[in-house]
Design a protein around this ligand. Structure first.
Ligand code: NAD
Length: 337
């Protein structure tokens, strides 16, 4: 027989245990709710691309080719028309190889997966993934994402195709939950031909977001790699200092652009020497990236010596010798051909 005192004590302990279990269960369910709101993502079927320029058009095309429903959005109808033109021309080239007997059928079959709109809110209302490929301005990108954060579904993933800006700084224009579903998705030019995509993780990017982006880039027939949110990510971090050092060699009179290109193509096995590549990318673009990195060098994110200003590069840019696009850079081009 239990004494009344002992029975009362046991009853109190049992009540406390039940309450502790309830509290623990409540805590668990809160954690679970939080995790599911911060990390839940859907399988990506609907893609919205902002910016119908060189990169945006290419991303919309590979998305449509992989079977995604794509909405391409830009600020003017003229820009959208330009984007659709880029896509049609590129698809015709693909069709010549893949479906030479029915070029028109092949092209229109893919084009029907792409809708266009200048209405940014409408463009994202039903989207699973937004990829931004608009002008390289932190303010304009942040304004766009801040606006879209209110309009898109909670589970929608946001990605920026920025080459040189901090993905984290762009993502901070959005709510904390969206920042878990925010990453960089860096495609290469020309998008339909270049296999690589760098997936850039910020400290806030969730594992589910990263995995969903990896899966969708594989569906686009690309090869994704992962990198932290650091200046230049992988490719440009290694490539830009190499290109700048090649210009310094010419400035010092160590060798000519022609000889350096030949040396790197035949000696290092590179498909294109640094000066052919500089002219292809645009000298203004390389100069712009180096300038941005000089600011980051002050905070120690990148070594200062790698991005010291180069008189020869500044001079060519000032003279409008930007490479292929302007008809002259380190080489001359006949753009009328
Ligand atoms: N060009 C490259 O080789 C390359 C390679 C990788 C990444 N990127 C990056 O991709 C992005 C786009 O580059 P691009 O070369 O395609 O530029 P682009 O100039 O060809 O196209 C930019 C497009 O964005 C549109 N735009 C501007 N503000 C907009 C807004 N608020 N909403 C919707 N559309 C808007 C413009 O009208 C234009 O059509 C940049 O962030 C760039 O750094 C470029």
């Amino acid at each position: 027989m239990l004494s009344p005192t002992l029975r009362t004590t046991l009853n109190i302990m049992s009540t406390i245990r039940t309450q502790m279990n309830l509290a623990a269960a409540n805590r668990l369910s809160t954690v679970h709710r939080h995790l599911s709101t911060t990390s839940q993502v859907n399988k990506i079927e609907k893609l919205t691309v902002f910016g119908a320029g060189l990169m945006g058009a290419g991303i919309a095309q590979v998305g449509a080719q992989s079977g995604l429903k794509v909405i391409l959005s830009d600020v003017t109808d003229k820009a959208l028309e330009n984007g659709l033109n880029i896509i049609s021309k590129s698809l015709s080239r693909v069709a010549k190889k893949k479906s030479p007997d029915d070029i028109e059928g092949f092209t229109s079959n893919i084009l029907k997966n792409i809708e266009t709109t200048t209405d940014a809110a409408k463009a994202v209302q039903d989207s699973d993934l937004v990829i931004e490929a608009i002008i390289e301005s932190i303010k304009v990108k942040r304004d766009l994402f801040g606006f879209l954060d209110e309009k898109a579904k909670a589970e929608c993933i946001f990605a920026s195709n920025t080459s040189s800006l901090s993905v984290k700084e762009i993502a901070e224009s959005c709510s904390n939950d969206r920042q878990a579903r925010f990453a960089g998705l860096h495609f290469f030019n020309p998008v339909p031909a270049m296999k690589l995509v760098e997936i850039i993780k910020t400290p806030q990017t969730s594992t589910e977001t990263f995995e969903a982006l990896k899966e969708v880039t594989l569906r686009m027939n690309k090869s994704p790699v992962s990198c932290n949110d650091t200046p230049g990510f992988i490719v440009n971090r290694l490539l830009v200092p190499y290109l700048l050092e090649a210009i310094r060699m010419v400035e010092r009179g160590d060798a000519t652009p022609e000889d350096i290109d030949t040396a790197m193509e035949l000696g290092a096995g590179y498909p294109m020497g640094p000066f052919k590549l500089l002219d292809f990318v645009g000298l203004d673009t390389t100069s712009y990236i180096a300038q941005g990195w000089r600011e980051k060098a002050q905070s120690g994110e990148i070594s200062k010596e790698l991005v010291e200003p180069i008189g020869l590069l500044d001079k060519l840019v000032k003279e409008g010798k930007l490479g292929r696009k302007s008809g002259q850079g380190f080489y001359e081009y006949d753009n009328k051909k």
